[in-house]
Design a protein around this ligand. Structure first.
Ligand SMILES: [Fe+2]
Length: 249
């Protein structure tokens, strides 16, 4: 059973107090009105890999504006920090290309040129971390470049410990910040991202509010930093065993 099916079941419950207000919290969660909610979902995309390296420093030999990402994983059911969640991110380099794949080069109108750049034996700008007792992970990377026809973004998956559901999404970089970054080397040769997309129109998986997928970038030394909270569904420990009616058959 997928999350939305579960939510449909939860939404039909009256917000009554049972076992420490869990049902009330569930109802808030289902409506998306609480401060704790599942992060909006987005597509996985074609460039995910099975076993990303466990590390915090992702740039390796890739040049770019330094970016420190500080994430906190929360249990969306009870708002508590969630330790032990594996957070994986991956994004393109300053040229808009991914490691671990063969990149197809497009022309200015988005058509394949026939040229390819093979980075299948590289793994830069990918990595995973396990959240600490405060639910926190930190990644040190660079601001992604852009590739047609996408707004500037990074990919993210969170694997809760034990009995939770994997959250798959993308986080977006505001155009104004990207325009500044893309005036600097090594981004400048490609200029600004030609796609000026409203990210809320870019999440076909889930029709709920995608405002939570914007990163808020702040100066950080010679680069930028962003903090972001990631709510995930996690049924173990605090929440207890999921009722049978919600389990996947
Ligand atoms: Fe992507």
């Amino acid at each position: 059973m997928k999350r939305r099916t579960i939510l449909k079941g939860l939404a039909s419950l009256a917000p009554i107090s049972v076992g420490g207000n869990l049902l009330a919290e569930e109802a808030n969660y289902a409506r998306g009105t609480g401060v704790c909610r599942l992060i909006s979902q987005d597509i996985l995309g074609p460039f995910a890999i099975e076993q990303p390296p466990l590390r915090s420093e992702l740039a390796l030999d890739q040049a770019g504006v330094p970016l420190e990402l500080r994430f906190q994983v929360l249990n969306a059911f009870n708002c508590q920090p969630l330790p032990g969640a594996r957070v994986s991110i991956w994004h393109s380099n300053a040229d808009g290309m991914y490691s671990a794949v063969e990149n197809v080069i497009l022309d200015g109108s988005g058509q394949p040129t026939g040229e390819k750049v093979d980075y299948r034996n590289r793994d830069w700008l990918r990595g995973a971390q396990v959240s600490d007792e405060a639910g926190r992970v930190v990644f040190k990377t660079i601001v992604p470049g852009w590739y047609f026809p996408r707004p500037t973004h990074l990919h993210l998956q969170v694997f809760p410990p034990d009995f939770g559901e994997v959250a798959t999404t993308q986080l977006y970089f505001p155009d104004t910040d990207c325009d500044q970054v893309y005036r600097t080397e090594p981004y400048a040769k490609r200029g600004p991202n030609t796609v000026r997309t409203d990210p809320t129109a870019d999440s076909p998986v889930d029709g709920t509010d995608e405002g939570d997928l914007w990163l808020s970038l702040k100066p950080n030394g010679s680069g930028l930093a962003a903090e972001h909270t990631i709510g995930v569904t996690f049924y173990g420990k605090e929440f207890g065993e999921l009722p049978d009616i919600y389990k996947q058959s």
